[in-house]
Design a protein around this ligand. Structure first.
Ligand SMILES: Nc1ncnc2c1ncn2[C@@H]1O[C@H](COP(=O)(O)OP(=O)(O)OP(=O)(O)O)[C@@H](O)[C@H]1O
Ligand SMILES: [Mg+2]
Length: 708
């Protein structure tokens, strides 16, 4: 019988029981229990910190949603139509003494027959000497809002614009209209600089509009002293600041946005020239960013005009991206050939410079006139490609997102994303390069779950750690946009920009095509995935999304039969987006690895308190059907009709014309629906002709009766 005595170790209160045989059997079991306790404690502490982090996110999201709610409430009251931050409801739509002069300049100099939404009101507020903040969709017509007053007000208008290529575009465009517009930038040469400085100082030469970059204002003392002279002589009549791209490219997020340093110094313009009206313009800005902008530019009393972010003429769609690169390029080439065979201009955005060059070459091999454009190219080469494309000598430009910022081509008919963008904001801006002339255009995004970690990794280099959370949430917003097979694509933009939802008019794939989408409960499979991550985490093993998929299929042979790799990837990404799993990044000097770990809601799923459902769709977007449906909807034809035969005739004859077209469409659709009949290429060409004819514009002619 073994005697036992007890020694108590007062420090940590652990009681050691020691067998008289000197052997400490229990202590081993106690040690083991202690170890598993330590492990479990570690796990629980991990979960607690994850839950606290998740709680922080929820608080942030809650305050963000409250801001959105205020914005939505504000935008539904009349005063907010102009969003005036001034107390009194000012009516900028009433007649003003400059109306006839403004109409004359608008029509005879700019060749514009009528104002678009908000343009006249904005021009009136600027002419009345008010500071103005303009939020207007890409292609909405912001430039007219300061260029027209620049002519009416006399003196010199200073325009601060973010990008050299935008400035060149604008100066060229204005010079072509006979307006004396100049630029003062790193590339504008000594002669030009001499002329501009003399014109600022003396005022003898006609200097209507002067374009500079934000750097010029914040860095050049000489420039500011010349501008002072112009102001002191009473000739500085207006300051326009194009604040699109004022956010750091890497984090367009209302949580962690940061202004480009040179923009922060622009408040000097209002401080130095308090009486000169400032008009700030951008395509997108959430409520919070708007407030920060007003503060940054020192225009607290400005009148705010917030137009809808809606781009009714754009058809948004998401396509599944094949694992095989060649298949993706074939699909892109076929889409362009099928739908845009008349050399209509388009952009293909790629993830990296290498991909740009590869895809441009592949498209050329498939008979598409395409070339690439990225920041590493020699400047002249880049200019040449941009020029050829602008002059329609090149149909498709294949660029990285850097390209999007510099172009103003109004007739871009399609924007294709070969990979997903980094956020809803950037996707809105990049896709917004399409259809700036207001005519129907298409925005297609090729989505594959495997691209998500790549996008996340590339965006979150080590210097990005601070923005990691907000940047990730932004990336997950666009992943949700891509993964949904039922939610209207447009509504994702309204939600992101805090705007009440508007009717899509069938101008997105999820609205245009019959549903045929089913929800499937995949909670059991999700539990297998999460348990596998849990086991590996317990053994301190890290796993990437790809490795997880392979391990799962290796472990559950029965699964691998019916489950394709991309379906597992799709599920893992969905679990990450739903906070059941989490992406963690390990930054090394050479690369950033994205690992999958347990998320804050993992246990809810494992304990059966959460279900996971994915959407499967039997529907295939038949290119032709989609084209016919999307572009023959009454909405879009109505839109075209009005821009061709004007509002009055559309109201008078529009329905009858649409009826005729829809009747033709119905015929062409039957042919489209059963391509098996006869020789498809023959019927396709006759289909194309008919489809093309029906979608082609109804020419405006005096004898409308003829067209019926
Ligand atoms: N009232 C109008 N009627 C017809 N076309 C217009 C009108 N106003 C502007 N446009 C044209 O629409 C196109 C886009 O205008 P603009 O470049 O000013 O857009 P934007 O709002 O600056 O876009 P972004 O945000 O992309 O810079 C231009 O070709 C311009 O001439
Ligand atoms: Mg613009």
């Amino acid at each position: 019988m073994r005697s036992r005595f007890i020694c108590s170790d007062a420090d940590d209160g652990i009681v050691n029981t020691v067998d008289s045989a000197g052997e400490t059997m229990e202590s081993e079991t106690i040690q083991e229990e202690l170890q598993s306790l330590e492990l479990e404690l570690k796990d629980v502490q991990g979960q607690i910190s994850a839950l606290i982090e998740h709680q922080d996110r929820l608080y942030e999201r809650k305050s963000e949603l409250k801001t959105l709610l205020k914005a939505v409430a504000a935008s539904s009251t009349p005063v907010a139509a102009s969003g005036g931050s001034s107390s009194a409801v000012e009516n900028w739509s009433e007649p003003f003494e400059w109306d006839s002069r403004a109409d004359d300049v608008r029509f005879n100099i700019f060749g514009i027959s009528k104002y678009r939404a908000n343009q006249r009101e904005i021009i009136n507020a600027v002419m009345a000497g008010r500071d103005v903040l303009v939020i207007m969709a890409a292609g909405g017509g912001k430039s007219l809002c300061y260029q027209l007053p620049a002519i009416l007000r006399g003196g010199t208008t200073l325009v601060v614009s973010p990008l050299l290529s935008l400035i060149q575009d604008q100066v060229m465009g204005l010079a072509a209209l006979g307006i004396s517009a100049y630029m003062l930038t790193s590339t504008s040469g000594k002669e030009n600089e001499k002329f501009v400085y003399k014109a600022l100082e003396k005022g003898e030469d006609d200097l209507k509009i002067l374009y500079v970059t934000p750097e010029k204002v914040s860095k050049s003392k000489r420039f500011m002293s010349k501008l002072e002279k112009c102001h002191n002589a009473g000739r500085l009549s207006l300051i326009s600041i194009d604040v699109s791209h004022f956010l750091e490219a890497h984090c367009c997020s209302q949580w962690g946005h940061d202004f480009r340093p040179d923009y922060k110094n622009l408040s000097i313009l209002k401080t130095q020239f308090p009486k000169v009206p400032v008009v700030a313009l951008t395509a997108t800005a959430t409520q919070k960013v708007q407030n920060d902008l007003i503060e940054m530019l020192h225009i607290p009393k400005c009148v705010k005009f917030v137009s809808s972010v809606n781009r009714p003429n754009l058809f948004y769609s998401v396509r599944e991206k094949s694992l095989v690169g060649k298949v993706v390029v074939d699909e892109i080439a076929e889409f362009i050939r099928e739908s845009y065979s008349n050399n209509e201009s388009g952009i293909v955005y790629c993830f990296s410079r290498k991909e740009c060059e590869q895809i441009a070459g592949d498209l050329r091999e498939r008979g598409i006139s395409a070339d690439y454009y990225h920041a590493e190219m020699d400047v002249n080469m880049r200019e040449k490609v941009h020029m050829r494309w602008s002059k329609n000598k090149l149909q498709v430009i294949v660029g990285t997102v850097a390209f999007g910022m510099g172009i103003n081509k109004p007739d871009v008919r399609f924007v294709i994303h070969h990979s997903l963008s980094k956020s809803m904001e950037t996707y809105y801006q990049e896709s917004g390069r399409a259809g700036r002339d207001g005519l129907p255009s298409e925005c297609v995004l090729f989505f594959r779950s495997g691209d998500v970690p790549r996008q996340a990794r590339i965006n979150f280099t080590s210097s990005m750690v601070f923005y990691e959370y907000s940047g990730l949430q932004n990336l997950y917003d666009i992943v949700r946009y891509c993964q949904s097979k039922t939610k209207c694509r447009r509504s994702a933009f309204f939600r992101h920009f805090g705007e009440p939802s508007q009717d899509c008019n069938g101008m997105c794939d999820n609205c245009a095509l019959s549903s045929g989408v089913k929800e499937v409960d995949v909670s059991d499979l999700a539990k297998l995935v999460v348990s596998m991550v849990q086991e590996m985490q317990a053994k301190d093993q890290r796993v990437t999304m790809l490795q997880l998929g392979d391990k799962l299929r290796a472990k559950h042979k029965d699964l691998s039969a019916e489950l394709k790799r991309e379906e597992i990837e799709h599920l893992v990404i969905k679990l990450i987006v739903d906070s059941v799993l989490k992406e963690e990044f390990q930054h090394t000097p050479y690369s950033t690895n994205a690992y999958v770990t347990m998320g804050p809601l993992a246990n809810q799923l494992l304990q059966g308190r959460k279900t996971i459902k994915t959407e499967t769709s039997s529907r295939q977007i038949n290119k032709k059907t989609k084209r016919t449906i999307s572009f023959s909807g009454f909405y879009w034809l109505d839109l075209q009709l009005e821009s061709i035969i004007g509002k009055l005739k559309t109201e008078k004859y529009g329905d009858r014309i649409l009826e005729v077209v829809m009747r033709h469409n119905a015929v062409s659709e039957q042919v489209v629906e059963d391509p098996t009949k006869g020789d498809t290429c023959k019927s396709r060409s006759s289909k194309r002709a008919r489809t093309q004819k029906n979608v082609v514009l109804v020419e405006s002619s005096e004898d409308e009766e003829e067209a019926l």
